[in-house]
Design a protein around this ligand. Structure first.
Ligand SMILES: Nc1ncnc2c1ncn2[C@@H]1O[C@H](COP(=O)(O)OP(=O)(O)OP(=O)(O)O)[C@@H](O)[C@H]1O
Ligand SMILES: [Mg+2]
Length: 293
């Protein structure tokens, strides 16, 4: 879409009635996987969850939204011709940029470390929303692997999701950074549905301790309860799989970390996301994006 088109759509509050209907009646569960601190395992977790969902027969789209340093393609050992930047420049449609990964996951790769791409302009954000709306395929799940931190892009991609999985490790800085992220998403962007996933722990006791510390803080200072989604133990098979550019759930499916991921999937499938408008899931939280830009 050209710049004039983007501006026209923004002026008309964005979208045609047909697209609006699709967004509000879609059944796609859009889940962002995010963190305050970097290197806590978001990308490995997102790729494995997407793989497991896909093997279960759930149509899954993995959006690599780390526009700073993309690495889903590296983790999966796939080479991609086009990526998010081609879509944002209007050179390719989303369908043309999406590639298929292991287990039939559909992947929209990000761009690798191109400076101009680090922060998306408002026009680019709308182009992406339009492209997502216009996808022919109906996905059961869309998982968004965000960058770490509290940048504008991280906020945008989290607001695009209805459910937010915050990944933490037991390191104290990971907890304080996660608190800062949740506080900003809640206070400035009105996000409410947070699930905590504690990665790289010794055992479930350590994970529950980490969860208790963080949820005490959000309850006490923000009046916001957060949900415990589960934990993944520290397991060298995770980095072994990364080095082989294969997925843990594919080649080490009996590993401790892999079994934990299966439990997390089970919990996510049992969950009935509550506060969706009209009892359905809103595809993208555009109203929040509008309000806060
Ligand atoms: N449960 C685990 N046990 C052992 N190592 C792990 C575990 N989870 C992740 N790792 C390792 O931690 C490193 C960081 O993981 P990953 O790249 O997925 O983190 P990230 O949060 O996406 O990082 P970034 O913020 O840079 O995008 C990788 O080397 C990965 O293999
Ligand atoms: Mg990552």
């Amino acid at each position: 879409m050209d710049q004039a088109g983007v501006l026209r759509k923004m002026k008309n509050n964005g979208v045609s009635p047909a697209i609006e209907r699709k967004r509000y009646n879609g059944n796609t569960r859009v889940i962002a996987i995010t963190s305050g601190k970097g290197g806590v395992g978001k990308t490995s977790i997102t790729a494995n969850l997407a793989y497991i969902f896909s093997k279960m027969g759930k149509k899954t789209l993995l959006l690599d939204a780390d526009t700073g340093l993309a690495n889903i393609d590296v983790i999966l050992g796939i080479t991609t011709k086009y990526n998010l930047s081609h879509v944002l420049r209007g050179e390719k449609t989303l369908s043309e940029a999406i590639v298929e990964g292991p287990g039939g996951i559909k992947i929209l790769p990000a761009t690798s470390g191109i400076r101009g791409m680090v922060e998306l302009s408002k026009g680019q954000k709308f182009t992406l929303l339009e492209e997502l709306d216009e996808l022919d395929e109906d996905f059961d799940f869309m998982l968004i692997d965000t960058a770490a931190g509290i940048t504008d892009n991280v906020m945008y991609f989290n607001m695009a999701a209805r459910e937010i999985i915050v990944v933490v490790s037991p390191e104290p800085t990971s907890l304080t950074d996660a608190y800062a992220l949740i506080k900003m998403l809640y206070q400035d962007y009105k996000a409410k549905c947070f699930m905590l996933l504690v990665n790289m722990v010794k055992d479930s006791n350590e994970a529950v301790e980490v969860y208790t510390r963080l949820s005490n803080a959000t309850n006490h200072f923000l009046g916001l309860p957060i949900e415990y989604l589960g934990h993944i133990p520290y397991d060298q098979n995770v980095s072994k799989a990364v080095r082989k550019q294969r997925l843990l759930a594919e080649i080490f499916s009996d590993s401790k970390a892999s079994k934990s991921m299966f439990k997390i999937i089970e919990k996510l499938c049992l969950k009935q996301p509550k506060d969706y408008e009209n009892g359905t899931i809103k595809f993208f939280g555009r109203s929040n994006i509008d309000k806060n830009r």
